[in-house]
Structure formats: C-alpha cells, structure tokens
Write a protein that binds this ligand. Structure first.
Ligand code: NI
Length: 135
C-alpha cells in the first residue's frame, strides 16, 4: 500500500455568524471572525489517496486525473468565493476549516478511478489546519 498526496491552493473569504444568536453571543464565540464584512484566507489543501501502484505506469493514479478532479470539484467552486454566499452545498453551516475539510472529503470521495481517498487536510494558515480521514 502506498499513499500519494497532492497539494492545491485556493483563496476564499468567510464570516462566522449565526443569525439565531445575538450579536453579543456571536462576538463572544467567534471573536474577530464575526466581523461584519468578513475576511479572507489563502488556503492550502492536501488530498491523499492510498492504494496499489499500477505495475505498468508506476503510478497509483494518473496525476492529470487527480489534478482535474480536484480542480473541477473543489478549486473552481471555492477559489475566489465567499464561502458563506457562493457555495450553496454548505447551506447555513459556519464555514470553518473543519467544515471545509469534511465538505471537500465528501466532494472528492468516489471521484477517482484508482486509489482510495483516505485523507483531506485543509490549511487555513501555516499553523492551523483541519483533517478529515476515512476512519
Ligand atoms: Ni477565517
């Protein structure tokens, strides 16, 4: 068994806010992330597939397929978007790094012709990331 990880990048904005909470409660729980006009991050995404290496190609999955799937299913939908307003599948969920990791895992799971998606890591910054694993 071998694991391959592809790194990709996207920029997006968000705001943490619940309409069913008071402004005070939002500020207490979400701090600066509740600021009215939102803020942005340069996200980094690691997508990990595991499986067997194809003896003919030496590859677990063709890199062009991996890139195309990540581009079509994730980057084009999230890059330069407002995560609160432009990604209807997120509904009214707070677009935290944790929620994004789970969302991206769900969007990619089953999309590859070889290998098995086992881990998605979303880095909001160098020192904060969230991870969604198959187990
Ligand atoms: Ni943020």
């Amino acid at each position: 068994m071998i694991a391959v990880t592809r790194r990709a990048y996207f920029c997006a904005g968000h705001r943490y806010w619940r309409n069913d909470w008071s402004a005070e409660k939002n500020r207490e729980v979400f701090g600066a992330c509740a600021n009215e006009h939102g803020h942005g991050h340069n996200y980094m995404l690691d997508v990990t597939l595991e499986g067997e290496v194809d003896a003919k190609t030496g590859m677990l999955i063709n890199l062009s397929e991996l890139d195309q799937v990540v581009q079509e299913r994730i980057i084009t939908r999230l890059d330069h978007r407002n995560l609160n307003m432009d990604v209807p599948e997120l509904g009214d969920e707070i677009p935290t790094t944790e929620v994004l990791a789970r969302f991206i895992f769900e969007q990619l799971d089953g999309a590859f012709s070889a290998g098995r998606l086992t881990r998605v890591r979303v880095f909001e910054s160098n020192d904060l990331w969230a991870e969604c694993r198959r187990d």
